[in-house]
Design a protein around this ligand. Structure first.
Ligand code: HEM
Length: 533
């Protein structure tokens, strides 16, 4: 065990779980018996059968047989690093969370970046959203901000997530294509789900082929809540802005890198940190008062919409620096288990129906990926003291010293009706309604923000979007799939549809849609309504 007193609280904690092993350490069995011979198995005579008795041979092969665990069901390919977060602009009065109010504190942090669709061994430079999952090991518990490098998402409701992922993953009959969305199923899904129109623009843009992880923005996507000492709520959206600026590859570079250096992004992050060129991001917030919830012409609970920065500016509040590579990739990156439900007192969720499913899904999948005690894995442990009544289960790592595991009890925790001071409290939201499968009426508009995005692009960026659509859609075999996609593109911009159609056979560009001109209705509605906080 590495006995360390250097580094931040997380480093010291991790060191306590790190086995110091190198080629000078004598080889032993898992249980400490020194091994004299590891190259030739025990056998009956030089040319005779290998014998079962050779426990070292069996232990070595058997452990190897079980080395693989299920890869993440999405975001399987990734790279992670440790670092620190320093708040510079406190959100005093808006939240009780110390990570967002105490500027004297430096909080240990961890980030895992990832692609979404590809398997663990796929290439880094593919066209895909990128995961930007950040963890803060705060004194009040772990806070996970599990976001992407795009501010919106394909779907509005988590019940659609299995459909979405089944459509963008390789097709089930032939497992083709790996790690890209250029196939019939993906475009069929998007054609049948107008709610994906805005996110589709982001994924066809240069944002989907970042220059490196260090050059990416990040977004919490959902609207969350901050809670003050009285339980008053403020809506918040989180943004990460890279100090190096936001840069992308061009498609030709991305294609070549996928062949020449499939580890391009992973290597870039590792090398930069080893060289001391520590990547940094600003954490920014968009804040909306509770009473302003319904003042927008989109719903704050709809993850396919962003809050335009003209309406609510982003205010930077702190700096994240990544400055330490993992010691053991499997232990510290493959086994890290982020979850949107990991929040701390002074924060809460909203009723975003996509977020609700995520809060269930991450922990659920981690139970099958890592086992029910995944919280004991060092990279997942908080640095603050913690005490639960959870017990037992496979791979219980630690002997707990308490004599009870129920609450209340007369030995460790006295019966009380008082909630623990400073403990997590949910926002006292008044809810009422008929139980039904419906979304709010503002969930049904899908084109305005896609237009907002397309119209904000420079001419070279628009050309890249056209080429991306041409490449992706020309890989589809089904004309009907291409036609439906083109009909949707036409709703965003007629000229875009005309340009994309040039690379497709047997499709017809529909007429321009009168109400979806170059300047969207949405843009004119939001003009001059900037909120200040
Ligand atoms: C993994 C982001 C929607 C289920 C991830 C990861 C990120 C991410 C960054 C990788 C975490 C890591 O590095 O370990 C997002 C974003 C979403 C979204 C930004 C939408 C705003 C959803 C939804 C579901 C879901 C709706 C399910 C209902 C999962 C699962 C994993 C995952 C199961 C694998 C987790 C693991 O095995 O550790 N997601 N996701 N995600 N996501 Fe999402």
């Amino acid at each position: 065990i590495v006995n360390s007193t250097v580094g931040d609280a997380k480093k010291r904690q991790m060191d306590g779980f790190t086995l110091e092993q190198n080629d000078k350490t004598p080889l032993t069995s898992y249980f400490g018996t020194k091994i004299a011979e590891t190259d030739i198995a025990l056998r009956a005579g030089a040319r005779g059968p290998t014998v079962l008795e050779d426990f070292h041979n069996r232990e070595k092969i058997s452990h190897f047989d079980h080395e693989r665990i299920p890869e993440r069901v999405v975001h399987a390919r990734g790279a992670g690093a440790f670092g620190e977060f320093k708040l510079h602009t406190p959100l005093t009065g808006l939240t009780t969370a110390k990570i967002l109010t105490d500027t004297s504190k430096t909080t240990p942090a961890y980030v895992r970046f990832s692609t979404v669709g590809g398997s663990r061994g796929s290439a880094d430079s593919v066209r895909d959203p990128r995961g930007f999952a950040a963890r803060f090991y705060t004194d009040e518990g772990n806070w996970d901000l599990v976001g992407n490098n795009m501010p919106v998402f394909f779907i509005q409701d988590s019940i659609k997530f299995p459909d979405l992922i089944h459509a963008v993953k390789p097709e089930p009959h032939n497992e083709i294509p790996q790690a890209q969305t250029a196939h019939d199923n993906a475009w069929d899904f998007m054609g049948l789900h107008p709610q994906s129109t805005h996110m589709q623009q982001w994924t066809m843009s240069d944002r989907a082929i970042p220059r490196s992880f260090r050059h990416m923005q990040g977004f919490g996507v959902h609207t969350f809540r901050l809670l003050d000492a009285e339980g008053k709520s403020t809506f918040v959206k989180y943004h990460w802005t890279p100090h190096l600026g936001t840069h992308s590859l061009v498609w030709d570079e991305a294609l070549k890198l996928a062949g020449q250096d499939p580890d391009f992004h992973r290597r870039d992050l590792w090398d930069a940190i080893e060289a001391g060129a520590y990547p940094k991001w600003e954490l920014g917030v968009q804040l909306v008062k509770e009473e302003d919830e319904h003042k927008f012409d989109f719903d704050l609970l709809d993850a396919t919409k962003l809050i335009p920065e003209d309406l609510v500016p982003v205010k930077n509040i702190g700096t994240l620096t990544l400055n330490r590579n993992p010691v053991d990739y499997f232990a510290e990156v493959e086994q890290v288990a982020f979850c949107t439900q990991h929040i701390v007192p002074g924060m809460d969720f909203t009723s975003d129906p996509l977020l609700a499913g995520r809060n269930f899904s991450y922990q659920d999948t981690q139970i099958s990926r890592l086992g029910v005690n995944f919280g004991d894995i060092p990279v997942n442990r908080p640095v603050c003291p913690f005490m639960t009544n959870q017990r037992d289960g496979q791979n219980t790592m630690f002997s707990k010293t308490n004599r009870t595991a129920y609450h209340p009890n007369r030995f460790d925790a006295l019966p009380t009706t008082e909630p623990a001071k400073g403990g997590f409290r949910s926002y006292h939201e008044t809810v009422s309604g008929i139980k039904e499968r419906l979304h709010g009426p503002k969930f049904n508009e899908f084109v305005s923000q896609a237009q907002l995005f397309y119209n904000s692009m420079s001419e070279p960026e628009k050309k890249h979007i056209i080429s991306a659509y041409q490449f992706e859609l020309s890989k589809c075999y089904e004309t009907q799939v291409q036609q439906t996609a083109l009909n949707r593109i036409n709703l965003i911009d007629h000229d875009l549809a005309l340009a994309v159609a040039e690379s497709l056979k047997d499709v017809t560009v529909p007429d321009a849609v009168p109400n979806h001109g170059k300047k969207s209705a949405f843009l004119s509605q939001v003009a001059g309504k900037t909120q200040t906080f």
